[in-house]
Design a protein around this ligand. Structure first.
Ligand code: NAG
Ligand code: NAG
Length: 292
């Protein structure tokens, strides 16, 4: 899969030190990140040189879950472990295939190769695999009112759909990102030049659901001032995006805030300027898998 960030641990250098021993572990291939519900094939490549293979053992967080011993019948055996579901048909002396990864599958995977008598050599290598869960839905924008008067407070929340790790939310006003570089827990940061009218951001603490996934809310607060509205279209567009991990997914939810007035000449004074907020004009989910 293109989005997967494969960490391949090359042990060539280490193997150089062992040339006289007759057993070299050449490569351990364990992806550093995989998606929940996906399958994975972990590979362990070695060079026996002149020795004979005794066994290959696979461990997760120190517990063995698969063993391949050529002398045994059948040679491949699995041992039950939470989060580890071995596909025996697709596991052998050089690889192990795991089906339907879940959050419990995250952990350190170790390959241990041992050679037969008379040398009884053992080589090991290990790597961490993290299981990610993508958000099922686009982030949701709440708190919209049907009508705003000039100067009224606009108080919106953007809440992400549960994921692991938790999504990073970003607000945009008319296509411009609201700066969230300094945001910390429950702090409100004025971002515009005129701090009185906002926009202000409020970062709420992530919440863990029953499945162990996390969601988070980012508040946007500002005054319904004409300066935020497009003079031609009399509208303001707010958008909230959620991204995860290495920008692996990018989901966004867009809403358009529209002024009731179509021509400024019809507005005698600011107190009569009404601002309408249309809950959802455009709604789309864009997901993009970036090549690593
Ligand atoms: C492996 O065995 C061959 C002969 O059987 C020998 O020439 C070679 O040096 C041996 N290699 C090692 C690494 O022991
Ligand atoms: C936004 O979400 C926070 C946390 O859930 C809540 O306390 C607050 O009242 C919400 N604000 C609006 C305007 O919905």
């Amino acid at each position: 899969m293109a989005a997967e960030f494969v960490a391949t641990v090359f042990l060539a250098l280490l193997a150089l030190l062992h040339t006289v021993c007759g057993l070299k572990l050449l490569m351990l291939r364990v992806p550093s990140q995989k998606l929940r519900a996906h399958d994975v094939t972990l590979k362990c490549m070695y060079d026996l040189e002149n020795s004979t293979l005794y066994s290959i053992q696979w461990y997760k967080d120190g517990s063995m879950f698969y063993r391949f011993v050529p002398a045994d019948e059948p040679p491949g055996q699995m041992f039950p472990l939470p989060g580890v579901s071995v596909d025996l048909q697709h596991s052998s002396d050089s690889q192990v295939t795991l089906r339907l990864l879940d959050l419990e599958s995250s952990g350190t995977y170790r390959c241990e190769v041992s050679s037969e008598a008379p040398k009884f050599l053992t080589e090991v290598a290990e790597a961490y695999m993290n299981i990610m869960a993508l958000p099922k839905d686009a982030p949701k924008i709440t708190g919209m009112r049907l009508k705003y008067n000039e100067g009224d407070p606009i108080n919106l929340n953007c809440t992400s759909s549960p994921s692991k790790p938790v999504a990073v939310l970003t607000w945009f006003i008319n296509g411009n990102q609201v700066d969230n570089s300094d945001i910390s827990q429950r702090r409100i940061i004025p971002t515009g030049k005129d701090s009185k009218d906002g926009p202000f951001l409020t970062q709420y603490r992530p919440v863990v659901d029953d499945e162990g996934l996390e969601y988070v809310t980012l508040g946007l607060r500002m005054a319904a001032k004409k300066k935020f509205f497009n003079t031609l279209l009399h509208s303001m567009k707010v958008k909230c995006t959620a991204s995860m991990g290495q920008l692996m997914w990018h989901v966004k939810h867009e809403a358009r805030i529209q002024s009731a007035n179509t021509a400024s000449s019809q507005i005698p004074g600011p107190e009569k300027c009404h601002v309408w907020l249309v809950s959802v004009v455009t709604f789309f989910i864009a997901h993009k898998l970036l090549d690593s």
